[in-house]
Design a binder for this molecule. Structure first.
Ligand code: NI
Length: 192
């Protein structure tokens, strides 16, 4: 899908009009989802276009987070928007080279899913609050405290940059069951 878009103005630093495109999302198992992604150096136009496309792809899915390896790019970039309230303004975020610099002792259990593992959900335990530092598209270093769904989402997406999926937190039987379902799904898609 290609469409003209006003761009995501404001904190993402994307404020010009460009065509935006959704990119195909890789489905587990795929070796590109298991690789550790490379840090972003210079913020080039290619990076800006990738970030826009990732937001477009995430919203279209629909999802609340997406990491570059999921669209086959081995760069440490993630996008997210966990605003769920009806009518609340969207908050598209682009985080490059994100790092968890602090996490709470208390944990939270969330039923997680993943755009690379469609229609599969499982409870994952993670710190309930985290402090994250990242490079923004504006070239500045940002720091923010996340809790609730945002905390779960940002940790899930940072895991993607380290080649880790939420099913890696599950027991081997559950993980194998889900992996087999995904292999079957991929075979069906390939035939279609
Ligand atoms: Ni995911």
């Amino acid at each position: 899908m290609v469409r003209a878009c006003k761009g995501f103005a404001g904190e993402t630093g994307i404020n010009y009009v460009t065509p935006m495109t959704t990119r195909p999302i890789l489905i587990h198992p795929d070796p590109r989802l298991k690789k550790v992604a490379e840090p972003v150096g210079e913020i080039t136009d290619k990076i800006r276009v990738l970030a826009e496309d990732m937001l477009e792809t995430m919203y279209a899915a629909p999802g609340i987070g997406l990491a570059a390896p999921q669209v086959g790019v081995g760069a440490r970039i993630l996008v997210m928007d966990c605003v769920k309230e009806e009518g609340a303004p969207a908050r598209p975020m682009v985080l490059m080279n994100p790092e968890v610099i602090g996490s709470s002792d208390d944990a939270n259990v969330y039923e997680e899913g993943c755009l690379s593992i469609p229609d599969q959900y499982a409870e994952v335990t993670r710190p309930s609050e985290v402090d994250v530092r990242w490079l923004g598209l504006d070239g500045e270093i940002h720091e923010e405290h996340f809790d609730g769904l945002w905390a779960t989402c940002v940790q899930h997406e940072i895991d993607h940059l380290d080649g880790k999926l939420f099913i890696d937190y599950l027991g081997p039987l559950k993980r194998q069951m889900i992996t087999r379902k995904m292999q079957k799904l991929k075979r069906e898609k390939a035939r279609a």
